[in-house]
Design a protein around this ligand. Structure first.
Ligand SMILES: Nc1nc2c(ncn2[C@@H]2O[C@H](COP(=O)(O)OP(=O)(O)OP(=O)(O)O)[C@@H](O)[C@H]2O)c(=O)[nH]1
Length: 189
């Protein structure tokens, strides 16, 4: 059982290819502003409370450096994490293909078959540059047993929904326990 003060704390990691808009999404969510410049992220953590089904959850959101097929999953992004936000840009097919790769890395690292996650198609305001259809996004999310949503951090479209979906996926699997559903099978002693 988690201590009482942890019951409403949820740790969420945001992953995906470089430059897909992970930081912009998190900053729009936590500070209600859009950053138009590109500053590559090393790692940053933001907190914000989110109301889900009448309960306020303290969400700690970890914005990670972009991943590629060669990057090794940081253990900080797997241990103690309650849920995942996996971001691709609708303007980049390569970033969409990276979602399955990142998902498989998490699953492999944690030694589980299912994780609470939401697949996010970002930058929908750039409709004329779209390379990934909503149908493709939905289909992948279904295959991963994940929620799916398209967003724009620029126009603040569906940004809050991302984190509501993530909480829904977390609570669906471990309602009100405060325990991270993802557990590593190895214990370092
Ligand atoms: N038009 C548009 N541009 C966006 C949107 N979200 C992010 N961008 C732009 O895309 C670029 C990259 O955004 P970031 O949020 O820094 O991307 P990131 O995924 O955090 O990048 P890394 O830290 O390298 O992994 C920036 O120039 C943003 O302004 C969006 O919704 N619409």
């Amino acid at each position: 059982m988690a201590p009482a003060e942890n019951l409403k704390k949820r740790k969420i990691a945001v992953l995906g290819s470089r430059s897909v808009g992970k930081s912009s999404l998190v900053i729009q969510f936590s500070e209600n502003r859009f950053v138009s410049e590109y500053y590559p992220t090393i790692e940053a953590t933001f907190t914000k409370s989110v109301k889900y089904k009448g309960t306020e959850f303290d969400c700690e959101v970890i914005d990670t450096a972009g991943q590629d097929e060669f990057s090794i999953l940081n253990s900080k992004h797997a241990i103690g994490i309650h849920g995942y936000v996996l971001v691709y840009s609708v303007t980049s097919k390569a970033s969409f293909d990276m979602i399955q790769i990142v998902y498989d890395k998490i699953i492999g690292f944690c030694g589980v078959t299912d994780i609470p996650c939401v697949v996010v198609g970002s930058k929908v305001d750039l409709e004329s540059s779209r390379q990934v259809t909503p149908q493709e996004g939905q289909k992948l999310a279904q295959e991963l047993n994940a929620a799916w949503v398209e967003t724009s951090a620029k126009t603040n479209l569906n940004v809050g929904k991302v984190f509501e979906h993530c909480l829904a996926e977390i609570e669906k699997r471990a309602p009100n326990t405060g325990e991270p559903p993802v557990q590593n099978r190895c214990v370092i002693m």
